[in-house]
Design a protein. Sequence first.
Length: 324
Amino acid sequence: MDVDLIDRLDRRDDVDRGIDHPSTRINPAHSVNSVNPGDQGDQHDRGDQDAGDNPAPSKSAKGRTFTGIAAAAVTTVLAVVVAGQVTDGRGEDTARTRPQSERAPQGGAAAGVVPSPSAPADVKPLSYDERMAAKYPLAADLKGSGKFDAVPGIDKAPGKGRKYTYRVDVEQGIGLDAGLFAQAVQKTLNDDRSWAHNGGRTFERIFSGTPDFVITLASPGTTAFWCAKSGLDTTQDNVSCNSTATQRVMINAYRWAQGSSTYGDQMHAYRQMLINHEVGHRLGYGHVTCDKDGELAPVMQQQTKFLDHGGIRCRPNPWAYPAS
């Protein structure tokens, strides 16, 4: 520490107090050590004097003045030294001296920020066959609104035989995939095993205009209402119908969604059978059964209700021409 600096400060203090400064220089170290308990007690007593009393400072008081100046100077110098160490890079890296919890996390992430999870992998959509093989929830006693939406768009007839046009209507609010239903109708009817066999017929889905018939997917309650228009009761076995007195070929949405015990989990085949059977009625075909045990049931057999009859066991079959 610069002793001359302390001496000059001391002289300045004495001038302010009106005291003649002695010619001898005072050792700062001696000034710091000159304060004792007796001096502190004496200072406490003098602190209660009136402000008008201005006795000349004693030698011990002057020592205490030196002590305060020296302490202030020491503090100032230390602050400058520490600041210099931090700014000129000579000080210790403060990041290494902080607790682990106060340090910035590794990898550049800000403190307190939780990394977001990785984006899930894209879910592959189900194929047509997978959707046709699945069952869907639908109550057996559901009665819908009776209002229909026509599935938009057209599916051109792929063949050159006699062309039948049809529209697909789906009852509002039943919660089934209208697009899947329309796709299934077009694929099924134009399959060579179906009524398009050998190019004799071809089927085209339209959206506007007057179709030859309307294939309608509806709740059990609405299906029963439209079938009753043609004198048919579908409520006993919760089945579908071709309502000949109307344009509608009614497909019972409960059967479309849940199938039947005769087909079990073979939902794709069962849905193909529903379409082929009811459209077969629209084309003029009536009910028939298999004649021999173990034969395929004809598509016009009431396969939703039974496969076995008169001691004969028939096998499930969705096609009009299964050997094709």
